[in-house]
Design a protein around this ligand. Structure first.
Ligand code: AP5
Ligand code: MG
Length: 213
């Protein structure tokens, strides 16, 4: 099963992708998590990506596409995957489409997690992220068992650099300009399904499971 998560920054793509990955036994692939891991490890890629991420801008397609195509060629992706944060531009979607077509394959579902901008701004300040394993918490909605510590791997939780209110506004603008057109792209391919992302996260997940079967 090959799934794409679409939605604004903070819509809950990562939260739902993790649950999907667990239930259906496919890897959760987040380009944002890959970039953040590279930043943390001080790699060349991380330093390059950080310049864009800190401003709420997209990392250029040339950097992003190769990383993603290498990742989905991995042995663990044979039975599918859930992509979280990729594609984010029409050219990225086209490259993915071409790569899959060459393999006689295609995306099964593009799940659009729909949340209005007003809700997003409120959510982001409360988010805490683990930069080691990618787990995400919310100080009110999904608190960790011990404040400031990841339940999964025990590492420190942080407020992401790009979750400051000004940067969140830029990210929303970039989303509307560059990523929202993907909704039409996948509607035309007949694989787009929209869920109400303002619901409780278990209810959002139930709606997704009803779609995926
Ligand atoms: P990325 O890491 O993908 O960030 P994003 O798309 O901005 O999305 P987020 O991770 O912020 O939000 P999410 O939808 O995963 O929400 P979450 O589940 O955490 O990308 C970061 C940057 O990397 C980009 O800006 C760009 O620079 C670069 N990048 C990445 N991919 C790229 C690409 N393909 N091309 C170019 N550049 C790329 O939930 C948010 C919060 O809400 C959490 O606290 C959560 O606990 C809470 N929450 C979740 N669901 C609910 C609910 N139902 N009710 C209440 N609270 C909820
Ligand atoms: Mg995310």
């Amino acid at each position: 099963m090959k799934i794409i998560m679409l939605g604004a920054p903070g819509a809950g793509k990562g939260t739902q992708a993790k649950m999907i990955a667990e239930k259906y036994g496919v890897p959760h692939i987040s380009t944002g998590d890959i970039f953040r891991a590279n930043i943390k490890n001080g790699t060349q890629l991380g330093m390059e990506a950080k310049k864009y991420m800190d401003q709420g801008l997209l990392v250029p397609d040339e950097l992003t596409v190769k990383i993603l195509l290498d990742r989905v060629a991995g042995e663990d992706c044979k039975n599918g995957y859930v992509l979280d944060g990729f594609p984010r531009t029409i050219p990225q979607a086209q490259v993915l489409d071409e790569a899959l077509t060459e393999l006689g394959d295609q995306i099964d579902y593009a799940i659009n997690v729909d949340v209005p901008d007003e809700n997003i701004i409120k959510r982001m300040g409360g988010r805490r992220a683990c930069l080691s394993c990618g787990a995400t918490y919310h100080i009110e909605h999904v608190p960790p068992k011990k404040e400031g510590v990841c339940d999964v791997c025990g590492q420190e939780l942080v407020l992401r650099d790009d979750d400051k209110p000004e940067t969140v506004k830029n990210r929303l603008q970039v989303y509307h300009d560059q990523t929202q057109p993907l909704i039409d792209f996948y509607t035309q391919k007949n694989v787009l399904r929209t869920v109400d992302g303002t619901a409780d996260m278990q209810d959002v997940f139930a709606a997704i499971v009803a779609i995926l079967g």
